[in-house]
Design a protein around this ligand. Sequence first.
Ligand SMILES: *Cc1c(COP(=O)(O)O)cnc(C)c1O
Length: 828
Amino acid sequence: MGKSGKSPEKSSGKSAGKEWLGLDAKSFATDLDRHLNLTLGKDPVEGSHLYLYNAAALTIRDRLVERWRATRDKYATEKPKRVAYLSLEFLMGRTLTNAVLNLDMDEALRKALKDYGVTLEELAQEERDAGLGNGGLGRLAACFLDSCATLELPVTGYGIRYDYGMFHQKIKDGYQIELPDQWLKEGNPWEFEAPENIRRIKFHGHTETHADADGNLRVQWVDTDDVLAVPYDMPIPGYRNNTVNTLRLWKASATDEFKLDQFNQGSYTEAVAAKNEAEQISMVLYPNDVSENGKVLRLRQQYFLSSASLQDVIIRWRQRNGDTFEGFADKNCFQLNDTHPAIAVAELMRLLMDDYGMGWDEAWEITRSTMAYTNHTLLPEALERWPVRLFRDMLPRLLEIIYEINARFLRQVSSHWPHDEGKLRELSIIEEGGEPQVRMAYLAIVGSHSVNGVAALHTELLKSGLFKTFYELWPEKFNNKTNGVTPRRWLGFCNPQLASLINKTIGEGWLTDLDQLQQLKPLADDKAFQKKWMAVKKHNKTLLAEMVECACGVSFDTDMMFDVQVKRIHEYKRQLLNILHVIHLYDRIMRGDTEGMVPRCVLIGGKAAPGYFMAKLIIKLINSVAEVVNAEPLADKLLKVAFLPNYRVTAMEMICAGTDLSEQISTAGKEASGTGNMKFMMNGALTIGTLDGANIEIRDAVGEEDFFLFGLKADEVEQVRKSYDPDSIIESDSDLKSVMHLLESGHFNLCEPGIFNPIINTIRDPHDQWVTAADFRSFTDAQVAVGEVYQQKALWTRKSILNTASSGMFSSDRTIGQYADEIWRLKR
Ligand SMILES: *Cc1c(COP(=O)(O)O)cnc(C)c1O
């Protein structure tokens, strides 16, 4: 790793004459002491490491800031093309350990902490997760920022600084309870408010047209209710390369004059209420994963993020380049993480035309060539549509621009397909019939030069299904970028024992070049290496078992297989299929049919959207089944079941390291990519999965021998649905019949009769979209095969090593390299 050897003094952007802060243990000890006693003004507190955590965070932060400023200087000098990554979600998790390890300050900090009798691990526990995202989409944004900094790419993340991130999940009587996530309660040492970069965002009002001095028609958006966007910057360090990029999160704040107006009229309470309304915009993250609920506040958030971020990019461009947009499109790119910020297409047009006097054609050329859109799902309930009525009231100028974009686009459609009314209706950005709606995905496609899916199958299904006609019109826009995860957080840091074993075996180069893990392949059958590999897994299972014991009160035996499904709870992800298999194992135990059964600990975790009835009921079912199984003496040595509350990034770091079997069992064609599947694979878990999303590429990479495949394929699911008859499937499969009998007899809900009827009804519903019953047989057979392999320790370990060794392509460094080369066209 040439980069890691680069000494800070030689960094090109370093301001002359300034010394870097010391990197030795003594400097760290001095700074810890100073921050604790002077910056924070505290003595070490008995029983709490919070102040010491803050002192450590500040010690590391100072060193981050040096490199952050140097990176800014470097970009200012080199004037590279820049990317703004716009996302309503960034699921960052904790920062301290990641920063310490990326900066290579681990050893020195640990030594300095010895004086306080605290380990870095204990200190790290004090930090709350930055949970500004729901699941995969938000975590992807976080992994991407890590890879961009590591690849030294000038990419800035733009998001919202929610006061309350993803809710905290508790389980009470088996049911999910949502509690507010007060992640900022003890302050956030990792953010820097930048009031000099406040932007003003308009809402409501109306538009007026007038002719300018040259006789051109100009539009003004006036009488608006403005809200201020205040930026909070978080440093994003690359891996041992002195690059520190920025995540800029916007907080909403009331304007001063707005408040004054109201005060002058003596209406104090109205003024405060109005202030509240403005500040509500960044109050809370919407907790819906892959589904929209059409709330007005959500559209306000989307426009708030889009407008603040675009204004920011433009103003900074003009600070560097003066009053010109010449070269703007060659030096800027906007990546839209799903349709959530799709309004940016119309907003960029508005800013260029109304604020900077540009004509339509020139503005459109810039917009179309700088915008790029990533699609994240094929599920119809996730497709964002906003009522035209809402736009007219909240964003009247944006609606005018969308209408004009649509009119010009439809002219293109009719010249491509002359006299085809159907095509116009089909492709229109405005959906007519009933309440007219703005189709945000269509706006994003029309306004972008690139549209990408997030796994090979997903992109193919976009081209042949959801966006088929757009693909016929503009095949060159469509491309695939299979997701990835950062190998630093998701292997190097979360699994130090495995990382150390790999380092000793093939060196450290894999951390920035994950394909090097291939070098482990020749060792897959090496007895001595296998032994070390197994010892590491055992250690990680012990840690995971401690977590499960502490959080769920269920004891997991590390000699048993750890069978894990953690992800958002959603019907398409089929936690229900998993629990049906658990019931089947329990049923076998009760029948005495345990011949060849491999002892398992089944762990399931994930949050359900608060308004998603079925998902919440599935959580209750998992807990009810767990209670019965764990209380059954006959099952004691064979089956344990636990539901882990409050699944989040920090939990996943421990979970993926300690898992034997990764459950990736979505209905084929429904999971766009998945990234949990990649984290598990990197850490040597074997996968049982359907041919869905990136599972397909995972299986191709490791080979079909070392992946447990089951279930209908995407096209077969579509076929089966046409004449789906779950009752007859159940009737003809004695195992499933017996499972249904247990469910229907109320065996798991003796005190709450009937509560699971909605679940039973969906399994038996001929319209069950997720065809759970259709895949039960195949899933159960595949689980038998899993058990047979697990009992052959050497064979399982071989497959485990081969999974890690084959996981190279699932590094987000590979993904980001492809975005940089093929969409952003960055020099590197
Ligand atoms: C990786 C990750 C996800 C995505 O998991 P999938 O199995 O791909 O849905 C969701 N939440 C957290 C906390 C994660 O770390």
